[in-house]
Design a protein around this ligand. Sequence first.
Ligand code: SAH
Ligand code: SF4
Length: 416
Amino acid sequence: MADTTLMTIPGQVDPVPVARDITPRADGRIDLIGLPRPRIRELFAEAGLDERQAKLRAKQVFHWLYHRGVTDFEAMTDISKTMRPWLAERFVIGRPNIVEAQHSSDGTRKWLLQTDDGHDFEMVFIPDADRGTLCVSSQVGCTLNCTFCHTGTMRLVRNLTPGEIVGQVMLARDALGEWPKGVMDGLDEAEDVGHYTADGRLLTNIVMMGMGEPLYNFDHVRDALNLVMDGDGLALSKRRITLSTSGVVPAMERCGEEIGVNLAVSLHAVTKDVRDEIVPLNKKYGIEELLQACADYPGASNARRITFEYVMLKDKNDSDEDARELVRLLRKFDLPAKVNLIPFNPWPGANYECSTPERIKAFSNIVFEGGISAPVRTPRGRDIDAACGQLKTAAQKKSRAERDREAAAAALASED
Ligand code: SAH
Ligand code: SF4
């Protein structure tokens, strides 16, 4: 048997270090978005407030940032008029920059966003009858090269910071007009709560399924999601958040313990050969190891099932035999599982075709008959390239030929 355990995967950096909680700005001010609450307090103290003041102001500011969604210190009406300019001189309340906003004919919305240092990334909002789901990016590009995924053709530019990740949720709230309205001076909390119920909202769910592999940016994703879940802020329940991974086994337990959100796993194939080909990370963490990590995932239960994503690729992974093997594997590991069948979303230059609707139906029936729910996901936002796997911005991965040419040129140059 070939020894694959030590094989390195081209382009993969594991993990990707970007240790920075504050984005340095040219004007020296500090962006508060994305910082944990204790850090805000610390910064206020470092800027000269005494301990008691720093604590109080941090609490007030946090509330304005994440509960009210204000982007201007002047709007913080319970902070004194002299204090507001003091804050504005030292701090900013950031949002990702919007380059373009697009609307699909099915109601899906996609935003092309940009970091302050000029990198493009995307976020998608998918409205449904009973929920509204925001699909959030964790990286600009991706180190992994899943062969059916458009983002996989990008190189990894960098990890998004916690502020850029939670900033997507804040921006969506801005765009949907979903911040609670109007607490004026003197109006107490209790009167205001009525505006702010989970039920009446458009944005009810978050999926970490945009660009990038969230478990290769674990710390930033964790810090961002902890802000999203903070009861004094955005207050979204962990039950309404799903993180999708292509199978970074060593980070899965931490994900359950330190974030505690629902898990989705991009399985996509049931044999080593096929999964090695279409999800190359499989060469490092194989199917059995991955399913064992799922069985051990903290918090998984019949009430909180793990979702297995399975992209339907014609003549690649869509046979009756594949469906039966899928049932066998999920049963073998006794997994509280549901399967999401995703019709392949095409993109220019992709080497795959989507399975026929009849094939997808037959596959789904076999899995259902095996006692596992296997709905077919309706593709959303295909007309604006917002569907799963269609997200991609300008950072191209270099082709093998380009890399070879560059290496040859470099070798020549070093001979001179
Ligand atoms: N990197 C993470 C999350 C982002 S991708 C992961 O791979 O899980 C979100 C989902 O879309 C994954 O299941 C991914 O495999 C799937 N996907 C990627 N390209 C696709 C395509 N062209 N058609 C359908 N689904 C695709
Ligand atoms: Fe990266 Fe996920 Fe696309 Fe694979 S499917 S290349 S892990 S974004």
